[in-house]
Design a protein around this ligand. Structure first.
Ligand SMILES: NC(=O)c1ccc[n+]([C@@H]2O[C@H](COP(=O)([O-])OP(=O)(O)OC[C@H]3O[C@@H](n4cnc5c(N)ncnc54)[C@H](OP(=O)(O)O)[C@@H]3O)[C@@H](O)[C@H]2O)c1
Length: 296
């Protein structure tokens, strides 16, 4: 595995979506542990805090612009990193992403496409750009930040859930074709993590709730369950696990010596609990439990 423990050898990591939450903490944890870390983000205006910490703690961390929905920005960022690091990129953490909420019938195809642009095609773009570098050097680790929602479906989040299911299938498949080149592909599946995810959550433009301002919206057959889903969403983040927990799991996986990594790592006690319940219940029983917990 890649390791930054050997202080004589420079180990280079790239993290997407480092402006907040899991990406922010992962970039810091990797840099604190000796990785030459490229904390990439689409909006450099959000880089003040991480730059301040880099300077204060003298971390080997660089901030670079990278929007996962923009081919040119990805190409430029990866080319710059590869040039600066003499063709070496050891670790890629595909973290950038967001959630979209709303019943399928009230989400537009455009909104679905945008969700997949960031959460799926964004990952594909960055991997495609970085693979020639990793193949040439003969090793690498790609960490894809999925979710428990990459294993289990939840109501009113079909766009997000299907994007994470897609990421799971993608990761599982490419693991076969990349293993011969010494490249590992790992899925990290957090439960609820206290980040800006809830405040960045998008609600479809035509999605209706019982408190909507227009009567036609309030009359939607989905208004009641959408209202309940939104109301139940935010409180879950209040006592959620911190993003450092995800960052630590990523660090452990990529620095574990002589251990072949697993394909999947759950993070957070809620994630383990939920997967255990899922395993022990029939589809019908599990669906009823989720309905009661989320929509009643
Ligand atoms: N928090 C959770 O409960 C949870 C659970 C499971 C999985 N996850 C996954 O964890 C990942 C990180 O989310 P988070 O919880 O840390 O939420 P967050 O605090 O909202 O961070 C999301 C990051 O993704 C960035 N991003 C969004 N679209 C982007 C794009 N087109 N190009 C580049 N960056 C983009 C955001 O940038 P801006 O600041 O510019 O918006 C931000 O840096 C996501 O993939 C999410 O699905 C989160």
């Amino acid at each position: 595995m890649n390791t930054a423990d050997d202080r004589n050898k420079k180990v280079v990591a790239v993290v997407t979506g480092s402006s907040s939450g899991i990406g922010f903490e992962t970039s810091l944890v990797l840099a604190k542990n000796g990785f030459v870390t490229y904390a990439t983000m689409r909006n450099l205006g959000k880089s003040n805090k991480i730059i301040e910490l880099k300077q204060k703690k003298k971390l080997p961390l660089e901030v670079l612009k990278l929007d996962v929905t923009d081919d040119k920005s990805i190409k430029e960022a990866i080319e710059n990193i590869a040039n600066e690091q003499q063709g070496t990129i050891d670790v890629l953490v595909n973290n950038a992403g967001y959630g979209l909420l709303g019943p399928l019938e009230e989400l537009s195809i455009q909104e679905f496409k945008e969700q997949f642009e960031a959460n799926v095609f964004g990952v594909i773009r960055v991997i495609q750009e970085i693979l020639p570098v990793m193949r040439k050097q003969g090793h690498g680790t790609i960490v894809n930040i999925s979710s428990v929602a990459g294993r289990i479906g939840f109501p009113l989040t079909s766009a997000y859930v299907s994007s994470k299911f897609a990421l799971e299938g993608l990761s599982e498949s490419i693991a076969y074709e990349l293993e011969p080149f010494g490249i590992n592909v790992i899925l990290v599946e957090p439960g609820v993590i206290k980040t800006n995810f809830d405040s960045n959550l998008k609600i479809g433009k035509n999605v209706s709730t019982t408190t909507a301002t227009t009567t036609s919206d309030r009359n939607s057959p989905y208004a009641d369950i959408t209202e309940k889903r939104i109301a139940a969403f935010k409180p879950r983040f209040e006592n959620a696990s911190p993003p450092t927990e995800v960052a630590k799991v990523i660090l452990n996986v990529i620095t574990s010596k002589n251990v072949q990594p697993r394909s999947r790592y759950l993070v957070g006690s809620d994630a383990f609990k939920l997967m255990e319940i899922r395993k022990n219940k029939s589809d019908k029983e599990f669906r009823r439990l989720v309905m009661e917990a989320v929509l009643k």
